[in-house]
Design a protein around this ligand. Structure first.
Ligand code: GDP
Length: 522
């Protein structure tokens, strides 16, 4: 098969949601379709130690979680599916965000009983900023949830994206009859178990469906459908591909109901790997030369060997085991002797891979997050990965002042690797760390101790709101402990506001100072 055919089969996506919306349950169902697991319930097993491999870093074992996102891949119909996990909850970190730079589309799960929740919103914003196509699965229809129209309105208003319901539910909870599949013009009926009956619209008039058609819930839904057809947005594939419209599906990951139909439609519509921007212009995924970028580095999977694994998203060409590649940043060439492709958390060696695939390569401590590796005569680098505004800040010091040299070295390396962000306070020597979740601090503390032999003291500064200042607008007298003036890695000035109130108070008093939110979606 040609490089072009191979890459066109790839569907690389992430599932984003708030904890408990049903991501694990849905993922399990997809893995069953892919024959990766025989029955649902296996993925949860990671908590009971089923997947806990002995060489995971200690902290991972203690918490029973996977610190960094893993990759699941399997063939499905004519496709090659790559699902990238986006850890949430306690394990939410910058890696969760960075995963979104390595996918071509996203599935957003919303709990019908709750609507849009905080973590969904955060991850959605990143997708929107990057123009990633987003497909929505509204889950838990087997329960009494919010009205579908209300949910559509909430998505449109809160997320600022058009919705196009691909399916539409007839009732929910105890009254749930099934969904109208607007795309395939059929009714999919729900029987309370795994069985789904597909009834083409043209067959609904047959006597055997009379009971269904005369059901008051069904009749009500017909009216809603007419309203949708008249007043709803038109389906537009171009808008979907730009991330301006989201196709919406209703179902239940647990039942399961509507999952297979959703997945089949999604996988047909979802984009194959797209061309990417680089310092040498646009690189096409079917370019015969291999290229890819590193979006995650997992350290110390085996403390004895101090090995690290760099996760590479392939962007073009064909990867072959043992091939020679060049590191874009330095121009140095070396051999990729070991490669590991991740399937859940079990590792197996792969021989070849194409654009869209994710490979794990052994890192002899030379890679950085965002690095490009490639073959070919022209050296280039892919666009830098964005930094994600941290939310939790802590002041860090070494417990033992005699160790300040290792302390500085450790911080420098961990920051460079993208494990945590570093800020320096104006006029003070204070080191202030920023992260999007507590997990990053746990990992930081652990690695400082284990890799640099330095015990650190972390003093919480709370959940601050970072706002960048324009050069020339920095008036040190305006800031204090509450609203702290710091510099980021590049020396850009920013303020860590104590809270929303402080931020507004400051803005009222100083209307001329521009406060820049680097995370604002335009
Ligand atoms: P995650 O945190 O997003 O991975 O959510 P899980 O998949 O672990 O699901 C959280 C809880 O919701 C579990 O108790 C699931 O059994 C339940 N759940 C998931 N999907 C459904 C659904 O479609 N209907 C109902 N009633 N419960 C569900």
């Amino acid at each position: 098969m040609s490089i072009n055919e191979e890459m066109n089969k790839r569907r690389t996506f992430a599932i984003i949601s708030h904890p408990d919306a049903g991501k694990t349950t849905l993922t399990e169902k997809l893995l069953v379709f892919g024959n990766l697991i025989r029955s649902a319930g296996t993925v949860k097993g990671k908590k009971s130690g089923k997947f806990a491999t002995s060489d995971w870093m200690e902290i991972e074992k203690q918490r029973g979680i996977s610190v960094t996102s893993s990759v699941m891949n399997f063939p499905y119909r004519d496709y090659q599916v790559n699902i990238l996990d986006t850890p949430g909850h306690e394990d939410f970190s910058e890696d969760t965000y960075r995963t979104l730079t390595a996918v071509d589309s996203v599935v957003m799960i919303i709990d019908a009983t709750k609507g849009i929740e905080a973590q969904t919103l955060k991850l959605f914003k990143v997708c929107k900023m990057r123009g990633i196509p987003i497909f929505t699965f509204i889950n838990k229809l087997d329960r009494e949830g919010r009205e579908p129209f209300e949910l559509m309105e909430e998505i449109e208003e809160v997320l600022d994206i058009e919705t196009y319901p691909m399916t539409w539910p007839a009732g929910m909870g105890k009254r749930f009859l099934g969904v109208f599949d607007r795309h395939h013009e059929q009714f999919i009926s729900y029987s309370g178990n795994e069985e789904e009956t597909y009834i083409p619209y043209s067959d609904l008039e047959k006597p055997e469906h009379q009971e269904l058609v005369e059901h008051p819930t069904y009749q009500e839904t017909l009216e809603e459908l007419m309203l949708l057809d008249e007043a709803g947005d038109e389906f537009s594939m171009e808008k979907v591909m730009r991330g301006d419209q989201t196709p919406v599906f209703f179902g239940s990951a647990l039942a399961p109901f509507g999952v297979e139909g959703f997945f089949d439609t999604f996988i047909d519509m979802a984009p194959a790997p797209a061309p990417r921007r680089s310092t040498e212009g646009i690189v096409s995924p079917d370019d015969p030369e291999f290229s890819g970028f590193i979006f995650k580095i997992q350290a110390n999977m085996n403390p004895q060997h101090r090995d690290r694994v760099a996760f590479v998203r392939i962007c073009s060409g064909k990867f072959e085991r043992g091939m020679n590649v060049t590191l874009g940043r330095t121009g140095k060439t070396f051999k990729l002797a070991q490669s590991q492709q991740f399937v859940a958390s079990s590792r197996g060696t792969i021989e070849e891979a194409y654009a869209g695939d994710i490979i794990g390569i052994y890192d002899p401590n030379v890679y950085r997050i965002g690095d490009t590796i490639l073959t070919g005569k022209t050296n280039f680098e892919y666009d830098e990965l964005p930094q994600f505004p941290p939310e939790e800040f802590k002041k860090v010091t070494a417990k033992n002042v005699m160790k300040s040299k290792q302390f500085k070295k450790g911080i420098e390396q961990l920051v460079q690797e993208g494990a945590i962000q570093l800020f320096k306070r104006y006029r003070f020597e204070d080191y202030i760390l920023g992260a999007v979740g507590q997990l990053q601090y746990d990992v930081f503390e652990y690695r400082m101790k284990n890799e640099y032999n330095v015990e650190v003291e972390l003093q919480p500064l709370g959940e601050r709101i970072p706002r960048w200042l324009k050069e020339g607008q920095v008036d040190e007298s305006l800031f204090d402990e509450r609203n702290m003036l710091v510099q980021d890695r590049e020396g850009n000035p920013l303020v860590l506001f104590k809270n929303d109130f402080s931020l507004r108070w400051f803005q009222d008093k100083n209307p001329d100072v521009d406060l820049i939110d680097l995370f604002e979606v335009n």
